[in-house]
Ligand binder design. Structure first.
Ligand SMILES: Nc1ncnc2c1ncn2[C@@H]1O[C@H](COP(=O)(O)OP(=O)(O)OP(=O)(O)O)[C@@H](O)[C@H]1O
Ligand SMILES: [Mg+2]
Length: 289
């Protein structure tokens, strides 16, 4: 008998799946203006199903505003086309219903309610508040699946308020899954997480990313390097560079904007130093004197 469950789900790959039936998000000329200031300025970006895209860039680059524009939170011009459907001009709830989900930097779960109740609300199966609050004896298959994928099954009856920081972010991702989101836009999901939680989050993104489009806004370069299949670098509201991790790291334009900020410079340096260390032959390195 089989004791291990084989994972058959596809993993994210660079560029995603460009198959005929695959989902896509095509962003063209996306612009967001605040009182004449262009926080996002003529952004073009194509995201295919199966891509785990990291969106990086210095503070104020326009990353969050880009997500706000895609999800209808701020008015924008240009085009965001999801598998043939134009999102610009649509209301927030309509865009969510079309399968575009996002998380915010601060977890927004209902702390007093249990994990199951949070997922139930996200599934929004048209039940009244009292029905939702009553303990359910059956669990919807989509919720079961989300519990499994996020590893929260054992905490089904725990109030969300007692969850660890990482677990709250996973619950939020679970809530997007039960809403059937095929595009997930995650704004700094691992900020404040421990190293172990980061690792688990990365693996979670891998598990869900094969069949969906996942965009992760992040400042943590180590995390990006470990899990990104592709990277877009923004600066000053525009796309500065795009490609594999290695390609953007080697791009002089990227190095320039990151070196312009102390923290960013350090991050890139750290990555560069680690690359050198990684190139050292481990046999030689462990040779004792
Ligand atoms: N509602 C708003 N009104 C006016 N200006 C805004 C508004 N929201 C954002 N901005 C400005 O737009 C620019 C882009 O901000 P945004 O929050 O998108 O950057 P970010 O790349 O997410 O930065 P961070 O990494 O710090 O989160 C900033 O200069 C910011 O001050
Ligand atoms: Mg931001």
């Amino acid at each position: 008998m089989n004791t291990t469950t084989a994972t058959t789900a596809p993993e994210p790959t660079f560029g995603g799946n460009a198959g005929m039936s695959s989902d896509y998000l095509e962003i063209r000329g996306l612009t967001v203006e605040f009182d004449g200031f262009k926080a996002v300025s003529g952004v073009d970006m194509t995201l295919l199903q199966g891509d785990l895209r990291f969106l990086i860039g210095p503070n104020g680059a326009g990353k969050t505003t880009l997500i706000d524009a895609i999800t209808g939170l701020v008015p924008a011009t240009g085009s965001v086309n999801k598998s043939g459907v134009e999102l610009i001009g649509k209301k927030v709830h309509k865009i969510a219903r079309l399968g575009v989900g996002r998380t915010f930097q601060t977890a927004s779960v209902f702390e007093q309610l249990t994990v199951l109740q949070n997922l139930d609300i996200a599934a929004g199966a048209g039940r009244s508040a009292t029905t939702l609050l009553r303990r359910r004896t059956t669990v919807l298959p989509a919720i079961d699946e989300a519990l499994e994928i996020t590893g929260l099954a054992a905490l089904i009856d725990a109030p969300a308020g007692i969850l660890a920081h990482g677990q709250k972010q996973w619950l939020e991702i679970g809530m997007l899954l039960v809403q059937n989101a095929s595009v997930l836009l995650l704004d700094e999901p691992v900020a404040g997480m421990s190293t172990d939680e980061r690792e688990e989050t990365g693996n979670l993104l891998r598990r869900i990313g094969g069949e969906r489009t996942v965009v992760v806004v992040e400042h943590d370069m180590d995390f990006m390097r470990a899990f990104a299949t592709s990277v877009t670098v923004m600066a000053g509201g525009k796309v500065l560079s795009e490609g594999t991790v290695a390609e953007v790291q080697a791009d002089p334009k990227v190095q320039e904007v990151y070196l312009g900020t102390a923290a960013g410079g350090e991050e890139l340096e750290k990555v560069a130093v680690r690359d050198e260390v990684a190139n050292v032959d481990p046999e030689q390195e462990s040779t004792d004197a």
